[in-house]
Design a protein around this ligand. Structure first.
Ligand code: PSV
Ligand code: MN
Length: 429
């Protein structure tokens, strides 16, 4: 297997931190044992935890005002996978990559699959893109795609989604994520019911092309690029569409795609309860779809989302939503941001797993709000870093991924091989 970072360097770095880690881990184990919690079970849970990397997240992002390219940005899907391999090697929490087509369209899927496998990577959900026009297409998505008033445009968008499924089959993916920017900028511009009906028809046609062991994930988003109305703007529309489309069609929650102050964890609980929660795009935000690093603004919200996920998984052991990061790294090294973010998501999961459920249930039954929330806080306030560090250490990752990455000089090395990608124009990701 190709290891982008010298394993000697990783071992050396880990050796320097081993004594401190053992002391911290033992102290945490003793503390947890006093509450009858076995630290080893949590470390195993952390080891089994995985969140997919967005292929588009390893390049520097931008806003609609500007993009400030970083050094050594990946230029091809192969270089993107090289960066993903670094993230996986050091963090051990990101064994899969979510591709975006046509941005990542491979000329030879078998070659790409082998390239990924050689780096310890596999492919997660495939993303279609009908929110941009491509040079080779005949119809424009300016006024929509799957919901367009013109049948020819809808057909083109459906065909693209089916092509993405075919590519995904060759790559070993098991899901298609559909996000459309379709909507309107003016009251009266679009007939709400007709555009939703078009969406349902298009979604069903795509669903019919889905392999039996695949899921179709519908991603809602309140606004942008459409600023008055969006066809799949909220979890209600997403739920309705998923329910109409078919059993394996589920909703995907991107944490940045809701109105400010919306109770996202409750949306998660609702979708789960009715069997329609299919996946996540993790990120964080302060204002809108900011695509900031997971857990950087509101780690408590992330914890509360995982509280619902852990609770539902305990009730329904077969529950296995797709976890993906979807972030835009405008001012950081994307490799560092993704390693850090993966650990933040993993941390939220471990803290949620720590919550004393029977105690919480008792406080809920007794209508004791103060102690109910204190039960959550007891888990949230606990520093579980030694568990994450130990999980990485035992699986060949880095106890401190960021420090090890910086020491490796990876970014400076690839900067020599990858000339700066042109321009500082605006850039969505
Ligand atoms: C839309 O804002 C979105 O969250 C969708 O997941 C897209 O696939 C992705 O961002 C594109 O950057
Ligand atoms: Mn997203």
């Amino acid at each position: 297997m190709t290891r982008p970072i010298s394993t000697d360097l990783v071992s050396e770095h880990n050796r320097q931190q081993e004594t401190a880690l053992t002391a911290d881990y033992d102290a945490l184990a003793a503390k947890l044992a006093r509450s009858d919690v076995d630290i080893e079970q949590l470390t195993q849970a952390a080891t089994g935890f995985a969140v997919a990397l967005p292929s588009w997240g390893v390049g520097t992002g931008g806003t609609r005002f500007a993009r400030f390219p970083g050094p050594g940005e990946p230029r091809t899907i192969f270089e993107k996978l090289d960066d993903c391999a670094v993230i996986q090697q050091l963090s051990q929490a990101t064994p899969t990559v979510s591709l975006h087509i046509p941005w990542d369209r491979p000329t030879d899927p078998a070659e790409l699959k082998a390239f990924a496998e050689d780096r310890g990577l596999a492919f997660d959900a495939m993303n279609s893109n009908t929110f941009q026009d491509q040079p080779d297409q005949t119809q424009s998505y300016k006024y929509g795609s799957l919901t367009h008033t013109s049948e020819a445009v809808r057909e083109q968008a459906i065909k693209h989604n089916i092509e993405v499924i075919e590519l995904g089959k060759a790559l070993g993916s098991k899901a298609l994520t559909v996000w459309v920017g379709d909507g309107s900028n003016f009251p009266g511009q679009q007939h709400f019911r007709n555009s939703f009906s078009h969406y349902l028809d298009s979604a069903k046609t795509i669903y019919n092309a889905l392999p039996k062991d695949w899921n179709m994930l519908l991603e809602h988003k309140m606004f942008e690029p459409a600023f008055y109305s969006t066809v799949i703007q909220d979890w209600g529309s997403s739920y309705l569409a998923a329910k109409e489309t078919g059993e394996r069609c589920l909703s995907l929650v991107d944490l940045g795609h809701h109105a400010p102050n919306v109770n996202i964890e409750m949306i998660v609980a609702r979708l789960a309860q009715f069997g329609k929660l299919g996946g996540f795009h993790f990120n964080d935000s302060k204002y809108g779809d900011d695509d900031l690093d997971s857990g950087s603004i509101d780690p408590y919200q992330l914890f509360l989302v995982f509280l619902e996920l852990v609770d539902f998984k305990a009730a329904e052991p077969s529950f296995a939503p797709f976890y993906m990061l979807d972030q835009s790294h405008n001012v950081t090294d994307p490799v560092e941001s993704l390693m850090y973010s993966a650990a933040e998501v993993q941390r939220a999961f471990i803290k949620a797993s720590l919550v004393d459920r029977s105690q919480l249930a008792q406080y809920q039954a007794d209508n004791d709000p103060l102690m109910a929330q204190a039960t959550l806080k007891a888990a949230f306030n606990l520093d579980v870093e030694p568990i994450l560090q130990m999980a990485r250490h035992r699986t060949g990752g880095a106890i401190d991924p960021i420090a090890t990455y910086r020491k490796s000089g990876y970014r400076a090395n690839v900067a020599k091989q990858r000339p700066a990608s042109g321009g500082s124009g605006s850039g969505i990701v």
